[in-house]
Design a protein around this ligand. Structure first.
Ligand SMILES: [Zn+2]
Length: 144
């Protein structure tokens, strides 16, 4: 017989992502613990955020490819006012330059704001949200 977890204790604070049709593949992969990107089927350049048409060659061809999940911190802030909704403490919001050469906005975890440095090597992991979803976040790793 299944046990029912206490809903209040089991419910993450973090809000579920707002899923648009163009980015559904990205969030579905995140729910599985996978980081994926959208690459142009014609010129092979990445499109981020995902969109129907390539901004470089205007092709409508696209493919979903797995990403390494590795990158480096490009810039970062900690929004304090107003208090970010869905977090006990203000998160570190960071622009991560992925190994594949494009940048995504995410959160840094496992490090104090004061210790963040440009070019800090990071790797993806996934945090639970409300509604049973998961979102990518990045944690510092050794440079090797
Ligand atoms: Zn293209």
């Amino acid at each position: 017989m299944k046990t029912t977890p206490d809903p209040a204790a089991a419910q993450p604070m973090r809000l579920a992502p707002i899923v648009t049709p163009d980015a559904k593949f990205f969030w579905d992969a995140a729910d599985r613990g996978e980081l994926v990107g959208q690459r142009c089927g014609a010129c092979q350049r990445f499109r981020f955020p995902p969109r129907p048409m390539c901004p470089h060659c205007h092709s409508l061809e696209r493919e979903v490819v797995p990403l390494s999940g590795r990158g480096r911190v490009y810039s970062w802030i900690r929004p304090v006012h107003p208090q970010p909704f869905g977090f006990a403490e203000p998160p570190i919001v960071a622009l991560i330059e992925l190994a594949e050469g494009f940048r995504i906005v995410s959160n840094l975890v496992g490090i104090a704001f004061e210790d963040v440095r440009a070019e800090l090597p990071v790797a993806v992991e996934f945090e639970a949200t409300q509604g049973g979803h998961r979102v990518p976040v990045f944690r510092p790793v050794s440079a090797s």
